[in-house]
Design a protein around this ligand. Structure first.
Ligand SMILES: [Ca+2]
Ligand SMILES: [Ca+2]
Length: 273
């Protein structure tokens, strides 16, 4: 290989390196749902290391680029079930190198209202000046798994667009396996899969951040700290029952209650004879 070509490739790799840390949804958009029942599955995704989600549960936040960010849009209120599970898949890293990701992810995820900046706006990333200015000093990144959080982009000097923040409002979360410290939301069954249903979500744009839930996997002595773990995600959008359905259900329960009461009062009056 010619030296110049090698340097060119090296430069391509270097200049695209920060992209790894940028929040984006390429290949991870579940789609837009109109309030009727629908299912969407996205595979071929991966995360680096098995701790990206759980690392965002502690006091020094987490690094967003150790998670995979997904999105979806609801046009009407809907019940939404999200499921993420370990998988093998072909993943492409920041240098364009493809490899097969491995099994072994114990997935955790959080659901938020809000979206990161989308092209043509500059992408958000943990180490932007805007991001750093809006979180405590000494934090590992902007990502928070159990709370609201914000992350910002750079100014677009060519088009004169100033840097700004994206806001994520925490809706809920869940993770695979047993309790990690005092972190709520574990499913109790370590099977590489976690699922949670969110009832009656309002219309709007949502983001989901997915990563590993093994807190100790971030130890520098872990030989798999840079292992790419595959993840497959499924969204099932369900119909929220209409108020009339609830009314009928309640009326039905009321009727049953009346029958039970009548039987009991009859029995009581018989007993008293
Ligand atoms: Ca952390
Ligand atoms: Ca599980």
């Amino acid at each position: 290989m010619k030296k110049t070509l090698r340097y060119a490739l090296l430069l391509v790799g270097m200049t695209s390196l920060p992209a790894m840390a940028h929040v984006g949804y390429t290949g991870r958009n579940f789609g837009t749902f109109d309030g009727t029942s629908a299912t969407s599955t996205l595979s071929g995704q991966g995360v680096t290391g098995n701790y990206g989600w759980i690392d965002g549960t502690d006091a020094d936040y987490g690094d967003a680029h150790k998670t995979a960010s997904y999105r979806f849009t609801l046009l009407n209120p809907a019940d939404v079930t999200l499921t993420f599970q370990q998988a093998t898949s072909t993943v492409t890293d920041h240098s364009g190198i493809t490899s097969t990701s491995e099994l072994g992810l114990t997935p955790g995820f959080s659901l938020y209202q809000g979206l990161a900046h989308l092209a043509p706006m500059g992408a958000d990333y943990d180490s932007s000046a805007m991001s750093k200015a809006h979180r405590p000093a000494g934090t590992e990144g902007a990502f928070r798994a159990l709370d609201d959080w914000k992350i910002g982009n750079d100014a677009d000097t060519v088009n004169g667009v100033p840097a700004s923040l994206s806001f994520f409002k925490h809706i809920g979360h869940a993770y695979d396996g047993t309790a990690s410290g005092s972190v709520s939301g574990f499913d109790g069954v370590a099977d590489g899969k976690v699922s949670h249903t969110f009832s009656n979500l309002a219309a709007g744009d949502y983001s989901v951040f997915v990563g590993g839930s093994d807190y100790l996997a971030q130890e520098i002595s872990n030989p798999n700290i840079l292992t790419k773990y595959g993840v497959s995600g499924t969204l099932v959008a369900g119909v929220v029952p209409e108020p009339e359905t609830y009314a009928m259900l309640l009326a039905g329960l009321g009727l049953m209650g009346a029958i039970v009461r009548r039987r009991e009062s009859k029995r009581n009056s018989e007993d008293s004879i």
